[in-house]
Design a protein around this ligand. Structure first.
Ligand code: NI
Length: 266
């Protein structure tokens, strides 16, 4: 059984035909999925989609691309969603973080404030958080270390999703208790760097994710991604680590259950 810990099934590509994509995922052995928000509407949709669906969980947060929509109103909305979540369907805050990749990225102070305040919200509700870090490794670590210095970071604070840094940087995150998520790029010809990191870190800190509809693994590279393609990522990582796919699946699913602590299926 596989856990796709990072999907955007709240993307309009999926919403009309959600059940068909879930059925395909289950037939491929992917029975557990997190739906990750990227702004307020997509976070609310994730919560709605997870409701009454076994094995489907929601993660709410504002992506660095939309960091300027993080304000008191957004925070109040997230607090309302968390307070109303009696079934325990909201398993984390995210995706939050810093993205300096694009020339038109939002100003760094705006991104840092949204990251920091949403991280504090996660800590307040004793939830992990899902970090989007693109070309911003050092600044991400600094914001996290500030919160850690205030004594607010959990022992297992969250996951660096679609990990793209060096092994050395990974060691610093592991020391802080983070998990690292790996996606389609580990199957790419030019994906040797993330594959090397995914092979070298302790198996107990490894998570699988598709980031669908983005980043489809080989042999679907360049097409729309979906949770049913997660086994291609699992197979590649199992091969690289010298494990059977079943062993890798069991370990990474156990990791995800330990970090996200979803309520038992209703
Ligand atoms: Ni994502």
């Amino acid at each position: 059984m596989l856990f796709d810990t990072h999907t955007h099934l709240n993307d309009e590509y999926f919403t009309d035909d959600l059940q068909a994509f879930l059925d395909r995922a289950r037939r491929a052995g992917v029975e557990l999925m997190n739906i990750i928000g990227f702004d307020v509407p997509s976070s609310k949709l994730a919560v709605e989609q997870a409701r009454d669906r076994e094995g489907i969980y929601a993660v709410i947060g504002i992506h660095p691309h939309d960091a300027d929509s993080w304000n008191r109103e957004a925070e109040a909305e997230f607090r309302r969603l968390l307070a109303a979540d009696e079934a325990g369907k909201i398993v984390a805050i995210g995706e939050i973080g810093l993205d300096y990749h694009f020339d038109d990225s939002l100003p760094k102070p705006v991104q840092k404030q949204a990251f920091r305040e949403q991280m504090l919200l996660a800590c307040e509700f004793d939830l992990p958080f899902v970090v989007h870090d693109r070309d911003a490794h050092q600044d991400c670590l600094e914001v996290i270390q500030e919160v850690a210095a205030e004594g607010k970071l959990r022992a297992e604070p969250g996951v660096f999703h679609c990990y793209s840094g060096s092994l050395e940087f990974a060691q610093r995150l592991l020391a802080l208790g983070f998990y690292l998520g790996f996606d389609g790029p580990v199957t790419f010809k030019n994906g040797k760097k993330p594959l090397a990191v995914a092979s070298a870190i302790p198996l107990e800190r490894l998570l699988l994710e598709t980031d669908c509809p983005y980043l489809a693994p080989e042999p679907y590279r360049g097409r729309r991604n979906e949770p049913a393609y997660l086994p291609y990522i699992a197979e590649r990582l199992a091969e690289a680590r010298g494990l059977s796919t079943d062993e890798l699946a069991a370990a990474t699913t156990a990791n995800a259950l330990r970090l996200f602590k979803p309520e038992p299926a209703n």
